[in-house]
Design a protein around this ligand. Structure first.
Ligand SMILES: [Zn+2]
Length: 224
């Protein structure tokens, strides 16, 4: 790092004033501070109320392969708490290692949210399960976060799996690009498994998974 600082400083001092176009050419900067003395602020925590987390676990554990969807996030306490208020699935095509949400399905979800009095602008969560694989953000996942939600000022990404691993990644797009990995998560755990919820979720999965993939969309019921 120090070597880079010196190089930057030297380049800055040796460039001739006016030799570059200040509009198209970014200025050469001399970096004089590093990570050791960077000022950091308290970051946000992702919060799952019990009902929301139970619903997410029901989706994930009821599906043998990848499954994904969106979710409503409420920003609380000046941005220190990102409260996941609900999670949804939409029509999607799935394979053992990928899932693709249909645009029609997302449109239907937006309409349904409006009909039920929700603000679609709060649809800032994109989540998916890696089923039996470990939970991490693949290159494809990061690209999806960066390119698939142009309407949103920010997107919270969550990857989870059957084992209950859960990783987060926050992509702020406006007013400036900022990426936060491994945002802490606080879970409110439900006391007991909700059998009715599992039944409803399984019926929804049958309805929204692409017909050609239904045969592989069912998993054994997990109890976590
Ligand atoms: Zn993934």
């Amino acid at each position: 790092m120090r070597r880079n600082h010196r190089q930057s400083t030297k380049e800055s001092s040796s460039s001739e004033p006016g030799a570059t176009d200040p509009v198209t050419e970014p200025p050469t900067l001399a970096y004089c501070s590093g990570a050791a003395d960077r000022i950091t602020a308290e970051g946000p925590t992702v919060e799952f109320p019990a009902a929301t987390f139970a619903k997410l676990r029901a989706y994930v554990s009821s599906c043998a392969v990848e499954i994904g969807g969106m979710g409503l996030v409420r920003v609380a306490d000046g941005g220190l708490r990102l409260v996941v208020e609900d999670v949804f699935i939409v029509e999607q095509s799935v394979s053992a290692a990928s899932t693709e949400l249909s645009e029609e399905g997302i449109s239907e979800l937006l309409l349904a949210l409006v009909e039920h009095g929700h603000d679609p602008a709060h649809l800032n969560l994109w989540w998916h399960s890696h089923a039996r694989l470990s939970a991490f953000f693949s290159t494809t996942d990061v690209r999806t976060l960066q390119t698939s939600f142009p309407y949103a000022d920010w997107v919270l990404g969550i990857v989870t799996n059957h084992r209950g691993e859960l990783v987060t990644r926050l992509h702020v797009q406006r007013p400036l690009p900022l990426q936060l990995t491994n945002v802490p998560v606080a879970l409110e755990l439900a006391a007991a498994l909700d059998a009715d919820l599992l039944e409803r979720i399984r019926a929804e999965i049958v309805q929204k998974m692409q017909p050609t993939n239904r045969a592989i969309a069912f998993g054994t019921a997990h109890t976590y």
